[in-house]
Write a protein that binds this ligand. Structure first.
Ligand SMILES: Cc1cc2nc3c(=O)[nH]c(=O)nc-3n(C[C@H](O)[C@H](O)[C@H](O)COP(=O)(O)OP(=O)(O)OC[C@H]3O[C@@H](n4cnc5c(N)ncnc54)[C@H](O)[C@@H]3O)c2cc1C
Length: 310
């Protein structure tokens, strides 16, 4: 392992791999990434991978738009597929208020070159035959919607970063970070020590723990997030095209096709903290225990517009 670098990125999730890639791309010549286990051993591997560009605030919309472009670019540079599904996306509006809110978002995004347009419930039903549109007033259709395979996208960033000179060391947990008398950082691992001018803490779920190594208390707290994946649903099995991403802002529910079924998740109004006293150092690809009932009401509302879930 090298013993010095300009910058050491700690964590090989989507953020760490993207940061390392971008630093090297924009001229940092000596970038090292250290990953505790294998690339994408935190949250990144099992994200739903939803992609959309029509969002708020504008800064977020621009980042989302950039993401679409950069994923296409790193696929070419790395030779690794990101597992793109360009399906388009539908924002459900059940009330006039939601139409107005989507209209504002659409206008704000248009200035940034992000296109979307309203479609009728009937048009939405053609694009997504699983929808029962009786409670739907209108939908905002976004051509640039879909999803990626997040583990593949992370690997693509890692490979593209390696191709432009980033050194990635796996199975290398950082156990110590010190900065003797304001000089360079010393980053300790079981394989040896690296001297670096800068450290990037991209340890995601372990961001607090890595901060603490440098005596920094970060006000971070992981929260639980669940999605469910259904078995094969006959109406989806019969489709000759892939369903678009469906976002129901009123319930906070999102859905997309997974195989011949659906992946259904929800942004809960109140969140449940996880690992309040510290993220276990040996946590990796485990799943949290099922907790379907916590999101029962969200799924009940979803059944109203997607009766195939019954
Ligand atoms: C069920 C679920 C669904 C989601 N769906 C979406 C979605 O559709 N769209 C979306 O944008 N986001 C989604 N997210 C959120 C998304 O997954 C996270 O925001 C993102 O993956 C965080 O990436 P990260 O690189 O910051 O952290 P992580 O992926 O957690 O990576 C951190 C890495 O740091 C490493 N590490 C930790 N400590 C050390 C150490 N001491 N030394 C070296 N390495 C270390 C870990 O091993 C890990 O690989 C979802 C999350 C969940 C849980």
């Amino acid at each position: 392992m090298k013993d010095s670098a300009q910058v050491v990125v700690i964590g090989g999730g989507i953020v760490g791999c993207s940061v390392a890639y971008h630093l090297a791309k924009y001229g940092w010549s000596d970038v090292v990434l250290l990953e505790r286990k294998e690339i994408t051993s935190g949250s990144s591997w099992h994200a739903a991978g939803g992609l959309f560009t029509v969002t708020r605030p504008n800064a977020a919309a621009l980042i989302h738009k950039y993401t679409f472009d950069i994923y296409r670019e790193i696929e070419k540079e790395s030779g690794q597929s990101c597992g793109f599904h360009f399906t388009g996306g539908i924002n459900i509006c059940r009330t006039q208020e939601e139409i107005d809110s989507n209209r504002m978002m659409r206008s704000a995004c248009r200035i940034l070159g992000i296109e979307s347009h309203f479609i009728t419930p009937q048009e939405a039903q053609i694009k997504a035959p699983i929808l029962d549109t009786r409670d739907i007033l209108a939908c905002l259709w976004e051509e640039d919607g879909g999803h990626v395979d997040p583990a593949s996208a992370t690997q693509a960033f890692a490979q593209a970063a390696r191709n432009i000179g980033v050194d990635i060391y796996r199975q290398t947990p950082v156990i110590r970070t010190t900065r003797p008398s304001g000089g360079p950082w010393l980053i300790g691992t079981k394989k040896g020590e690296i001297k670096a001018d800068y450290i990037v803490n991209a340890a995601g779920l372990w961001g607090r723990e890595v901060g603490k190594l440098a005596g920094i208390e970060l006000p971070l707290m992981p929260v639980e997030h669940h999605y469910l994946v259904t078995e094969t649903i006959p109406i989806i099995e019969q489709l000759e095209f892939e369903l678009p991403q469906i976002n129901d802002n009123e319930t906070g529910c999102y859905a997309r096709q997974e195989g011949q079924g659906l992946l259904l998740g929800a942004y809960e109004k109140t969140c449940t903290h996880w690992a309040e006293d510290g993220t276990p150092l040996d946590f990796g690809h485990e799943l949290l225990p099922n907790d379907l009932w916590r999101m029962e009401w969200i799924f009940e509302m979803s059944v109203g517009i997607m009766p195939c879930l019954v």
